[in-house]
Design a protein around this ligand. Structure first.
Ligand code: HEM
Ligand code: HEM
Length: 183
């Protein structure tokens, strides 16, 4: 019998909301990582300003979505990782680190942008409030955190995706569960 499609998570499967958040945010983050790398090699001027704006809008969206995801997981907890022994602990630690980076990266980008003294816009339209004082030291520090944390994220996402493929190939249905909800 075909299992009914569920919005909520269960002890054995991911619901529709968690899966949409996972893949939607994964896509957004991959775009942001490559866009960010381009930006760091550019000079901000009138012709490239819109790319900075796009990066900030998508980055702030990730921040909003990760908060939503954390609230959703309080309401309906995700299933335990599909592994045994130390691998469960490794998966949990890895997921925790991914969450921390999904918070630290947009917050440091926002703080660094605030510290420049230039208004941060969401969708070229709404000014978001500054979260750091205008200061060159704060700007440099926050951008340094942004750069280091994004490198950590690249490394961790690579390991995360490889682990997912490896467990899928071992026949555990790890990827299937994140794609279809259940195994
Ligand atoms: C999950 C969200 C985000 C990701 C994955 C991300 C990723 C990146 C990456 C990889 C870089 C290049 C860093 C380097 O190597 O120097 C970068 C640069 C930058 N990011 Fe983000 N970012 C995010 C969110 C934000 C937010 C929310 C803001 C501001 C509101 C922001 C503002 C910037 C700016 C202005 C730069 C260019 C820094 C420079 O000129 O060197 N980012 N970002
Ligand atoms: C920026 C990219 C990504 C981030 C930040 C990320 C983050 C996460 C997090 C935090 C979880 C824990 C469950 C949850 O909170 O929803 C998770 C689960 C999962 N991710 Fe990712 N992910 C990313 C990309 C990918 C990619 C590219 C793949 C596959 C190739 C993948 C496959 C999976 C799978 C299969 C699970 C479920 C693991 C289980 O059932 O225990 N993820 N991901």
């Amino acid at each position: 019998m075909k299992a009914p499609m569920t919005w909520r998570n269960g002890p054995n499967g991911y619901g529709l909301i968690s899966r949409a958040l996972h893949w939607g945010m994964a896509l957004l983050i991959l775009v942001l990582l490559s866009l960010g790398l381009r930006l760091s090699a550019m000079q901000p001027d009138l012709s490239t300003l819109w790319l900075y704006g796009l990066h900030k809008t998508l980055g702030l969206s990730v921040l909003a979505l990760v908060l939503l995801r954390l609230v959703w997981h309080r309401i309906t907890p995700p299933p335990q990782p599909l592994a045994a022994g130390w691998q469960v602990r490794a998966a949990k630690a890895g997921h925790l680190a991914l969450y921390l980076l999904m918070l630290v990266i947009p917050l440091s980008g926002w703080a660094a942008s605030s510290a420049t003294g230039i208004d941060t816009l969401f969708a070229d339209r709404w000014v978001v409030p500054p979260i750091a004082p205008v200061s060159e030291t704060v700007e440099a520090t926050a951008f340094a955190i942004h750069a280091v944390a994004t490198k950590l994220l690249m490394a961790l996402v690579t390991v995360h995706a490889l682990a997912a493929f490896q467990h899928e190939m071992a026949g555990e249905g790890t990827l299937t569960r994140m794609l279809r909800g259940r195994r």
